[in-house]
Design a protein around this ligand. Structure first.
Ligand code: IPE
Ligand code: IPE
Ligand code: MG
Length: 256
């Protein structure tokens, strides 16, 4: 590819990009700063990447901002992360409205401090009718917790005779997840170089393409997002089929 030519194909964008925003702490430590300063820099990266995703025309962007396990970090770091989430939602709301972005949230939100939860609910409510990017914050989120929470509600509904054990299928199960309207992620990005899932969207990533970026989250910007999407566009998603089936070649008939 000659320099300067943009290989991104706008007609085949991933519908849903989900990002594990990792590496704030290491980014800061390498600069002799406190971890909290890494999180502050991470907040700026969120602003940049949300803007870039909107401009590209991505339909859904899910950001893993705080995991269930992150509650076990030192109290001072948890407090600062909560403060940053609150500030982000407060400060960015006018820009979010301007960009016609719809804010959503998944996770055990009842564990959030009341002021943070109120900010989240306010942003969700205020942006409800916005029609461009769906911006989903995974906050106090765990993939296993989400599956357990779904199972619990299914059991309750079964007791009331609203679901039947024999009829339970994947589609019905998925309708009990935190935000069943969202399509599964096509592309899952993790920054910070670690090759693991860390309890993110366990149900939904069954067939997501995974892209690990070595850059730490505060250094991930519009260009890095583009690079991830270009990489994604070079892959063949087979969903268990053969390559010939997927490409519709001579032996490419689906099923027999
Ligand atoms: C990601 O950065 C932010 C959150 C988990 C909230 P980290 O804080 O995990 O940064 P590293 O992985 O320690 O560098
Ligand atoms: C995953 O990062 C969670 C978020 C980015 C919010 P962690 O830093 O918590 O993950 P591990 O501990 O390295 O697996
Ligand atoms: Mg980390």
């Amino acid at each position: 590819m000659p320099m300067g030519e943009d290989p991104l194909r706008p007609e085949s964008l991933p519908r849903h990009v989900a990002i594990i925003m990792d590496g704030n702490g290491r980014w800061a430590e390498r600069r002799g700063l406190s971890r909290v300063e890494g999180h502050r820099a991470g907040k700026e990266a969120v602003t940049q990447v949300v803007k870039a995703a909107g401009e590209l025309g991505i339909e859904v962007l899910t950001l893993y901002a705080f995991s269930i396990e992150n509650w076990n970090r030192p109290q001072s770091e948890v407090t600062e992360l909560m403060r940053l989430a609150e500030r982000f939602l407060e400060e960015e709301l006018p820009e979010v409205m301007e960009q016609d972005i719809q804010v959503r949230a998944i996770g055990r939100l009842d564990r959030l401090p009341p002021n943070v939860r109120a900010r989240v609910e306010h942003a969700v409510e205020k942006t409800r009718d916005n029609a461009s990017l769906k911006l989903v914050f995974a906050l106090s989120y765990g993939g296993r917790a989400e599956i357990v929470d779904a199972a619990r509600r299914i059991l309750r509904d079964a007791e009331m005779g609203r679901v039947d054990a024999e009829a339970l299928d994947e589609k019905t199960f998925a309708s009990y997840l935190y935000d069943p309207e969202l399509p599964d992620p096509d592309l899952m990005i993790r920054t910070g170089g670690e090759e693991r899932v860390s309890n993110f969207l366990l149900w939904q990533i069954a067939y997501s393409e995974i892209y690990v970026a070595d850059v730490m989250w505060p250094d991930f910007g519009a260009e890095s997002l583009r690079a991830a999407i270009v990489d994604y566009q070079g892959r063949e998603r087979r969903f268990g089929l053969t390559s010939a089936q997927v490409s519709g070649g001579p032996t490419g008939s689906k099923g027999s």
